[in-house]
Design a protein. Structure first.
Length: 260
């Protein structure tokens, strides 16, 4: 039992509860609202967020909260929950069963815990600072692939790609320098897949804190490496992230920098 176990136990419980809301609504033709030309939100997002906030704020009334659908309860508290009630909303809206509840916990500027739960596959990933990373109760470690050419990597694209063409150059570069590139549509799940060795690396730009708060600590506790595009310390409030098994990290940074 680590010093943050009480918080992680609560997060796992509420992630399962919120996940049941997502599972319940998955086969329904629910109403979809557009926040932008292609950026959408569903009523399920907001119901899941309300439930998570209600449960955790009652359990930990001194904590701060930051979440995707407009939740910003920030008082400068020691602990802050940064979460996405439905990461992979586009997948969810199209009945593609790759999405999750993602909850990260910060203490000051340090990420100390994370929980990611896909209710459709019943896969739960979690990690606690200095206590390791786990998948459905079993310890997990990153892969041992040490050659980028043999690596399976993942990425995502921002909602403004039609205007900015963001990440297209990097995507094409990785296609030519890896075994394959995947795009799942959920940064939180991508990070967990790096943590358990399904992916060897992941990069993305224009991310928000709730996209990476949980996954970043899960990768780190699984023995991986998480940085910005320049190799600096990960900062969930910075929009770029690179995660890997550590062995191919510099090679990924070189591709992003145009050196390979």
């Amino acid at each position: 039992m680590g010093q943050y176990s009480i918080y992680l136990d609560a997060a796992k419980e509420v992630a399962r509860e919120a996940g049941e809301i997502l599972r319940r609504d998955f086969f329904k033709a629910g109403e979809i609202f557009f926040k932008g030309e292609v950026n959408l939100v569903t009523a399920t997002d907001t119901e899941s967020q309300d439930l998570i906030f209600d449960r955790l704020s009652k359990s930990f009334p001194g904590h701060d909260f930051l979440a995707e659908e407009g939740l910003k309860e920030l008082s400068g508290a020691e602990f802050r929950w940064v979460f996405d009630p439905l990461d992979g909303t586009t997948n969810f809206a199209h009945r593609f069963p790759v999405f999750c509840v993602s909850l990260g916990l910060q203490r000051g500027k340090e990420l100390v815990g994370g929980v990611v739960y896909n209710p459709m596959s019943e896969e739960m990933f979690w990690a606690e600072r200095d206590e390791g990373a786990f998948f459905n109760g079993r310890p997990i470690r990153v892969s041992k692939i040490d050659d980028l050419n043999k690596g399976l990597v993942a990425t995502g694209f921002p909602y403004d790609i039609r205007e900015t063409k963001a990440n297209m150059r990097h995507h094409d570069a990785f296609l030519l320098r890896t075994q394959a590139v995947r795009r799942c549509g959920s940064a939180a799940i991508d990070l967990c897949y790096v943590a358990c060795g399904r992916f060897d690396g992941f990069w993305e730009m224009k991310l928000s804190p709730w996209d990476t708060a949980a996954g970043a600590v899960i990768v780190a506790e699984a023995g991986g490496c998480v940085t910005d595009f320049k190799g600096g310390p990960v900062d969930i409030y910075h929009p770029e992230v690179v995660a890997s098994n550590g062995l191919i990290h510099q090679a990924m940074l070189d591709v992003l920098d145009g050196r390979r």
